[in-house]
Design a protein around this ligand. Structure first.
Ligand code: MN
Length: 288
């Protein structure tokens, strides 16, 4: 098994070698991570300038630093390595609970794996545990033993408390938001603003935050499809729009509409340029 290890804290973060060391028991490990910290970069990708990477040394592992986001690192790493089976992201310095899943570059790297048809696991620990993440090694091993034995689990957000008592399955705690704006000023007295986090306690039972507050390692399975099924069903019943007409149009729907969507997502010239070299690559060099 080929395992790509990435993160959002930067390639030289102390969370990388402990995760790579744990991953070594399951397959061949390669580290591809941002050259600088990209925490809270979310799922950003770099499309307005080219990317490059440089070889670096991380405790005996093959490692590359990339001038891009966590999601860029996973895409570029998977492309250059040819066939990757699993992406591990972390071990992040700081928990990624509940709503922080939206902002987290750690989770985004794992999610990018799923976008590419690979499995992704994000792992985070409290910032107060830095820099010695080695005590987490047996817990990371138990987490990976558990998750890798379940081939249908394609994207999982893992959070480890300071001194774990055990492991449990959780859902994401998204009822309350911890982001807040904190005003301050520069030495000249001009207004500035920090985007800060306010502590939240007392989460709903069975959630990731609830588990961490009680000292349990939290495993939250995630998915890509954000469709609100309940609202979709309700709207289709209560307020049907032009679906009956759309159903009446024989497939293929409308070549003009299809082309317009394609062109909007990527200009025709750009698509050609990118697709040509791809077509010359061996067809079997990408995991499905
Ligand atoms: Mn981070």
């Amino acid at each position: 098994m080929r395992i790509l290890v990435s993160n959002d804290d930067g390639v030289y973060s102390p969370g990388i070698p402990v995760l790579a060391e744990a991953a070594r028991h399951y397959g061949e490990v390669r580290i591809v991570a941002p050259d600088v910290e990209r925490s809270s970069a979310g799922h950003a990708i770099t499309h307005s300038r080219p990317l490059s990477y440089h070889r670096t040394f991380i405790q005996g592992f093959t490692a590359y630093r990339v001038n891009g986001t966590p999601a860029d690192c996973v895409s570029l790493g998977a492309h250059q390595w040819g066939k990757v089976d699993l992406v591990l992201s972390g071990l992040n310095i700081g928990l990624n609970l509940g709503n922080s899943i939206w902002h987290s570059g750690t989770v985004a790297a794992a999610r990018q794996a799923l976008l590419l048809g690979l499995r992704g696991i994000a792992l985070s620990a409290p910032a107060s545990a830095e820099p010695d993440f080695n005590p987490y090694m047996p817990w990371i091993r138990r987490v990976l033993d558990t998750l890798l034995a379940e081939p249908d689990l394609c994207l999982v957000n893992v959070n480890l408390p300071r001194a774990p008592r055990g492991i449990m399955w959780t859902r994401a705690s998204v009822r309350r938001y911890d982001g807040k704006i904190v005003p301050t000023q520069d030495p000249q007295g001009r207004e500035l603003f920090w985007f800060a986090v306010r502590p939240i306690e007392g989460a709903e039972e069975g959630t990731d935050r609830w588990a961490l507050e009680r000292g349990w390692v939290s495993l939250t399975p995630l998915r890509l499809d954000l469709t609100d099924e309940r609202q979709l069903d309700a709207m289709r019943r209560r307020n049907p729009l032009d679906e009956p007409i759309a159903r009446g149009v024989a497939p293929p729907p409308s070549p003009e509409a299809e082309r317009s969507v394609r062109e909007d997502e990527s200009s025709e010239a750009l698509t050609k340029e990118i697709d040509e070299p791809v077509a010359t690559r061996p067809p079997d060099n990408r995991a499905s």
